[in-house]
Write a protein of this length. Sequence first.
Lengths: 325, 241
Amino acid sequence: MPVFTYREAIRHALAEELTRDKNVVVLGEEVAQFNGAYKVTEGLLAKFGPSRIVDTPISEAGFIGMGIGASMLGVRPVMELMFWSFYSVAFDQILNNAANVRYMSGGQINCPIVIRGPANGGTNVGATHSHTPENVLANHPGVKVVVPATAYDAKGLLKSAIRDNDPVFFLENTMLYGEKGEIPEEEYLIPLGKADVKRQGTDLTIVTYGRCVLHSLAAAEVLEKEHEVSVEVVDLRSIRPLDIDTVLASVAKTHRVLIVEEQKPFASVGSQLAYMIQREAFDELDGPIHRIATIDAPAIYSPPVETEQLPNPQRVIKAALAAVA
Amino acid sequence: GGSMHYFDPTKNYWGGHGIVGGQIPLGVGLAYGVKYQGHKGAAMAFMGDGAVNQGAVHEAYNLASLWQLPVIFVIENNGYSMGTSQGRSSAGALAKRAEGYDMAWGTCDGHDVYEVRATMDKFLTLAREESKPAVIEIRTYRYRGHSVADPDNTYRSKQEIEEYRRTKDPIQVFQNRLVAEGVLTEALIEKIDTEARAEADAAVEFSEASPFPTPADIQKDVYWETDNPSERKSEGRLFFD
């Protein structure tokens, strides 16, 4: 099977959907002439032209709001945020207009927009560029939130997101753009809201998503070889809708849970998961639910310390051993 | 409030919305959609004089002019943003700000039907025929407070309200003109008035007779997918408790 990077997988998903549906347009800062701040959209301008691949000014509230308005008419804009961190300057558009327009119009309007871009720390870009807003976004009924960990998942999920009739927020990761994975030549879609068991195990369930899937899989290898702990890794892939059934099935198998997330801990995605697992699988648990998250402070600028602030395989191993003790 | 929930896309009316100025980028998006899909037409994005200082409005102005989108930004200037007069909230002339974005602009008196129509026609033609945006400021007034929570006794005088009602009431001004032109007679005025009141009364009656939604309706109209379950493609839970 051909091997592509996560970046290429997203680009291929965009190109396929641009080819399939004339209503799909790609807009964002530096997506066209510059070929993408992270080169995700490289070559799309040459292939699809300036009416389909559109450079916007640095004006997130304006162009995201514009995309939402256009989507109400049936255009399917895929908007790139150079960093998801910049969602804060378009917060009103994203979470008042995109999330609420269907509800406030009594179901007369829907908003088939995709907003995508990276949302992660780990590249030494500081506190203002390292936000992970999936919990904030998913707190708003009406929206869908997707966080792919692999090239294969990124492509299949983005194609589904573009065809979805509700607003979908697609959170990528600059640390994953160069990660390679096998991608079939034939077209495929991955439904939103379907978790993927990335590794089978019997002693501990790690519930995770995004780049933390890679940390968890690396940790699981060490735990197996050096500590004889068999770890199952459940990749949520989608935060809302949420495939809680796959999580609960794994908990029923292992009876111990560690949540690994690149979120600040307070009111995070993991907080919601912990509530749901204890509420729906209390009798299956042999111990308290454990969690590791980003250490609770703004993203530190120092590169070696930022690595320690974020979840990493060493932190996962330590937390996993505590969870099975 | 109810005005934030008026929508009727079948009549090309895309909504009330709730955040001052937050709807203006959507209007630009409608114009973008009209242009992208190759339709003939223009979008009109309405706001009050209190909205003109919101950042989203200025971002919308820039995009509309930059991309020559067929949108008219209409400022209905009634002189007050809630209880704050224009002079206490906005620097400079409102529509003239369009010049900074290289956009056409104009003003007109809202109590003069002919002037409003002529102004709108001029800029709508520009939008429809040449895909050019514009800002129009319509000077108007409001007799009532901003909302039910506005006692309307702290920021303007009763005399000011009465003065406007006496000299510039749009319906009265138009009526006087039509009477002077011999188009309207007292009998016809009476008839139109009676019919209008009956229409309003019927609307009130319809509203009051309409049932309230039930708690079971709370989660309707949240997702297109849950409203169209046979076409749902995603899996997993969409709602949480």
